[in-house]
Design a protein around this ligand. Structure first.
Ligand SMILES: [Zn+2]
Length: 436
C-alpha cells in the first residue's frame, strides 16, 4: 500500500484551500495548547493556497502561503510544542511561516472559508508531538505493551452549516458536538484506546478535511456523528450507515445528498481528486474497509438498541462523501431524529447525550476486542485472555438464561464475569460474555 499512501499524501497537498491569485494578508495569528496538540490559526483576508512541510532534524513546521503578506505581529513567546515563530517574504510573493518546535512532531492543516460577517478565512495547523497524545493511559504502559487504537470522532456539520434543525430550534451541529466530546472523554479513559476529534468547536470543516485529518494521524476507525431530520415528525430512532458507491435505497441517497450538501454551502467548492487517482485509491482499498465498516456498524447498532429506538435494525449503505477514506473503516451514525419533538428534547440533555456516547463506546470497544489491530495493547490483552472478546447489551424482554443459551455459556459464569448481585437485568446493561 506504499504507492497508495504516496498518492494519498500528494492529494492532501493538492486539497489545501482554494481559489484566488490575489495576495492574502495574514491579519491575525492565534496559538492555543490542547491536551494532545498545539493549534495555530492564521486568519486571512481572503482564501489562498497553502502547503505544509514538517522537518524532523531541526524540529519545525513550515507553512507556505502561495501569495501573501504578514500583517499580524508574531507571538513573542512560544505556546505548547511551538517554541517560536518566524517568517520570510519570498520573491514572487510567497509567504513562508516557520514554527520552531520543542520536539519532533507531526502536523496537519486545513482551510476554513469565511462564514459570518466577522469571520475571516482561516488556515488551521495542528501540531502533534510525535508518538501521539501523552495521556494517562499511555504513560501507564510502555511502547512494548502495544500501541493504542486511535478512534477519529467526527462531529457532523459546524460553523455556518448548522445541519438539521429541530422544531424548537436545536441545531444538529451543537448536539452532535456534545455527544462527540463525551465519546472522546470516554474513549480516553479506556485502556488501549485513544481518541481524536476532527472538530472540537463550532466551526466549519470540509468533508474531505475531516477524513484527511483522520488519515494523517493513522486512525484505526472513523466515526461521523449526526442527528437526522425528516418531514414526518413521528419518525424516530437511530441508524448506522457505511459507504456505498451505488445500490443504496432512495431514502439513503436523499440523506446522503443532504449531508454531502454541507460542502456546497457558502459557495465552497468540493475539491475532487483527479478522477483516475480517485478510482485507483478506491479500487485498492475501499472494498476491504467496507467489510470492516459493516462489522463496526453492526456492533454500534447492537449497543444503540440499549439506548432507545433503532429505526433500521441493520446497517444501511449510502454514498456519504465523509466516509470515503479508503483505508480506514468508517461509519456514520444518525443518533436520533432531531425532527421528532421528543428526541429533539432528549438530544439536548446531558443524560441522553451520555447514553448515546456510552452506546457508541461499547460498540466500538466490542469491535476492537473482536478484531484487534496487530501490535496494539488490545490485541495483547485479548491474546492473554485479559478482556472478553464479546459483549452484549440487554434489550427489553431479555433474560439472563436466554443470553446464556445464546452464547452457550453457563448462567453462573455470566453472573461471575459481570459480578451481578442477582439474575435481574436492566435494559441497556452491558454484559461481558466470558469464553465458553
Ligand atoms: Zn448531519
Amino acid at each position: 500500500m506504499t504507492a497508495c499512501r504516496f498518492v494519498v499524501g500528494l492529494c492532501a497537498i493538492l486539497l489545501t484551500s482554494a481559489l484566488g491569485a490575489a495576495p492574502a494578508r495574514v491579519e491575525a495569528i492565534r496559538v492555543a495548547e490542547y491536551d494532545s496538540k498545539t493549534r495555530v490559526v492564521l486568519e486571512l483576508d481572503r482564501s489562498q493556497n497553502h502547503s505544509l512541510l514538517v522537518l524532523e532534524n531541526q524540529p519545525r513546521v513550515v507553512v507556505d502561503i502561495s501569495s501573501g503578506s504578514l500583517r499580524a505581529s508574531l507571538p513573542a513567546r512560544g505556546t505548547g510544542i511551538v517554541r517560536s515563530m518566524r517568517h520570510a517574504q519570498h520573491q514572487g510573493g510567497e509567504l513562508r511561516m516557520v514554527f520552531d518546535l520543542h520536539v519532533p512532531a507531526t502536523a496537519s492543516s486545513f482551510a476554513i472559508g469565511a462564514g459570518g460577517a466577522n469571520e475571516r478565512h482561516r488556515i488551521v495547523i495542528d501540531v502533534f508531538p510525535r508518538g501521539g497524545e501523552p495521556n494517562a493511559a499511555e504513560r501507564a504502559h510502555s511502547a512494548q505493551d502495544g500501541r493504542d487504537v486511535l478512534v477519529a470522532i467526527d462531529p457532523g456539520h459546524g460553523g455556518k452549516d448548522p445541519g438539521a434543525i429541530g422544531r424548537n430550534g436545536s441545531h444538529e451541529k451543537t448536539v452532535v458536538l456534545g455527544i462527540s466530546l463525551r465519546l472522546a472523554r470516554l474513549i480516553r479513559k479506556e485502556p488501549g484506546m485513544q481518541a481524536m476529534l476532527t472538530r472540537d468547536g463550532d466551526y466549519y470543516l470540509k468533508l474531505r478535511s475531516r477524513y484527511e485529518l483522520a488519515r494523517q494521524r493513522n486512525a484505526d476507525l472513523f466515526v461521523s456523528v449526526h442527528a437526522d431530520a425528516i418531514r414526518d415528525r413521528r419518525i424516530r430512532g437511530s441508524s448506522v450507515y457505511v459507504l456505498s458507491e451505488k445500490g443504496s435505497s432512495d431514502e439513503a441517497r436523499r440523506l446522503a445528498q443532504r449531508e454531502n450538501a454541507a460542502d456546497l454551502i457558502g459557495g465552497v467548492q468540493l475539491h475532487e481528486y483527479p478522477p483516475t487517482v480517485a478510482t485507483m485509491i478506491i479500487d485498492l482499498q475501499q472494498n476491504a474497509s467496507i467489510g470492516a465498516s459493516l462489522e463496526v456498524g453492526d456492533q454500534v447498532l447492537q449497543h444503540l438498541h440499549g439506548v432507545g429506538r433503532v429505526r433500521k435494525s441493520s446497517v444501511q449503505k449510502a454514498p456519504f462523501a465523509v466516509l470515503k477514506a479508503p483505508d480506514i473503516p468508517s461509519i456514520l451514525v444518525e443518533t436520533a431524529y432531531i425532527s421528532n419533538p421528543q428526541e429533539e428534547r432528549l438530544l439536548k440533555t446531558a443524560a441522553y447525550q451520555d447514553k448515546l456516547a456510552r452506546a457508541l463506546l461499547t460498540g466500538i470497544r466490542s469491535y476492537f476486542y473482536a478484531n484487534p489491530p496487530r501490535g496494539t495493547l488490545i490485541a495483547k490483552r485479548v491474546e492473554a485472555g485479559e478482556v472478553p472478546r464479546q459483549q452484549y447489551v440487554a434489550r427489553r424482554g431479555d433474560t439472563l438464561s436466554g443470553i446464556a443459551q445464546r452464547f452457550k455459556v453457563p448462567v453462573p459464569a455470566l453472573i461471575r464475569a459481570n459480578k451481578l448481585p442477582d439474575d435481574r437485568l436492566r435494559v441497556g446493561q452491558i454484559l461481558d460474555i466470558p469464553a465458553s
